[in-house]
Design a protein around this ligand. Structure first.
Ligand code: FAD
Length: 396
């Protein structure tokens, strides 16, 4: 095993928002916690559109990273038919994602956590009840001992793999461009649908501060040609014809249901546990909710002197109670959505154009908890069942 350099109660692998928030909560409870982050800078490279609901700001003080507020969405059908949804108040915010990640990790450091930058976790072994994590930090081999290991290493999910905690149902490939010169309506996100635009998911145009982010995810395959096409063909090109690109962002969003999110002395959270929403790809709010449950469970386990899988299973009970039903609903909605052909999408747009339905969406729509609005929509317009039926039957 070799000499162990550092010893912590909790070791968090991955210094993204979920790892940072987990570490903050553990440190606030007075436990020794460290984050290992493979990159030399928190927040880089950016792999995200940086849009989430204001609920996140109740958890992380990140108002200084907000680029703009969002209160509505302009949806486009494959043929370019427009459907405007407007909640009338701030429904979401767009943040500078790199700055946001740094704010989260700053919170952890202020609470007393330690961060090791440029430190890639490469393997793990058990030693009695402890875990020994092997890493490479700035070219040197390092080892860390801990009682509880938390895997928040994102889409790579090394910890998930090391402990056989499952594989994602799918990793949605995403590609985005930061652009100047796009036409957008301030306060609105544009969402584009259709096989030619983004098969298996959707494309978007998100306003920022003097810039915008054009991007998309696919069900599978190479997203780059579809991003290029947004500038030249179909409904997105109407808004991007004069846009110039400042830079690109690429990444994958793992969706699905983890086999388990704990093992003896181990928990996984965030993208490592496929906790992003399968409908929108948003993983920050859901990841932070799970991080809170994870940190609480880690601290309780340490206090009880019991880090067994049986004890840590309460983490899974907690996050499922908080957000599990929604995550399942998102996954089934995703599965139902990807089956829709372009003509079916056009029909869906036509149905939703009904002012009564739009009123329900505007008044009851909640990006984080969509179940209530969906049920109200179905009650008002049972023909929607044709599109959502399989998803809802599976969940309820
Ligand atoms: C194109 C795209 C757009 C998106 N847009 C949005 C959006 O608008 N809103 C939203 O809410 N979500 C969005 N997401 C999803 C969101 O980015 C993720 O859900 C979120 O980043 C998950 O946070 P995390 O902390 O779990 O993982 P990450 O943010 O991925 O952090 C994981 C960290 O672990 C580190 N790491 C990995 N392996 C190791 C290792 N072996 N050792 C040490 N460190 C390691 C990585 O370097 C990384 O810093 C988007 C994703 C993509 C791909």
């Amino acid at each position: 095993m070799g000499a162990v350099n550092e010893v912590f109660d909790v070791l968090v692998i991955g210094g993204g928002p979920v790892g940072g928030y987990t570490a903050q909560k553990v440190a606030e409870a007075g436990r020794d916690v460290a984050i290992l982050e493979e990159h030399r800078e928190i927040g880089e490279p950016v792999q995200c559109g940086g849009i989430f609901t204001p609920r996140v700001m109740d958890m992380v003080d990140c108002r200084n990273t907000i680029l703009t507020d969002i209160h509505g969405c302009e949806f486009y059908s494959p043929s370019g038919r427009e459907l405007v949804v407007d909640g009338g108040e701030t429904e979401a915010v767009v943040v500078d994602r790199a700055a946001f990640d740094r704010e989260v990790v700053k919170g952890a450091l202020h609470a007393g956590a330690t961060v090791y930058l440029g430190t890639l976790a490469t393997g793990v072994e058990r030693d009695g009840g402890d875990l020994i994590v092997h890493a490479r930090g700035n070219g040197e081999a390092e080892t860390f001992r801990c009682k509880v290991l938390v895997g928040t290493d994102g889409v790579k999910g090394n910890v998930t793999g090391w402990f056989g905690l499952g594989r994602p149902y799918r990793i949605l490939p995403g590609f985005e461009a930061d652009v100047v010169g796009a036409e957008y309506t301030s306060g609105y996100v544009k969402v584009f649908t259709g096989q030619a635009v983004a098969p298996g998911f959707f494309a978007w145009l998100v306003p920022g501060a003097r810039t915008a982010r054009a991007g998309l995810c696919l069900g599978q395959g190479n997203a780059r040609p579809y991003l290029n096409r947004m500038f030249t063909d179909g409904p997105p090109s109407r808004f991007l014809a004069n846009a110039q690109t400042l830079g690109y962002i690429t990444g994958g969003i793992p969706i699905g249901v983890a086999k388990r999110t704990y093992d003896n002395g181990v928990m996984i959270a965030g993208d490592a546990a496929f906790q992003a929403k399968a409908t929108s790809g948003g993983g920050i709010f859901t990841g932070l909710v799970c991080a809170e449950a994870c940190a609480r469970t880690a601290v309780e386990a340490l206090n009880a002197g019991d880090t067994s899988a049986a004890f840590l299973s309460r983490y899974e009970t907690r996050w499922k109670k908080a957000i599990g039903k929604e995550l399942s609903l998102y996954l089934y909605l995703h599965r139902a959505f990807v089956k829709l052909s372009d003509p079916q999408l056009e029909n869906l747009f036509m149905l939703l154009q009904n002012p009564r339905l739009l009123r329900i969406i505007n008044q009851q729509g909640d990006i984080d908890y969509p179940g209530r609005a969906i049920l109200a929509l179905l009650k008002e317009e049972p023909r929607l069942l044709k599109f959502l039926g399989p998803a809802l039957r599976a969940v309820f």
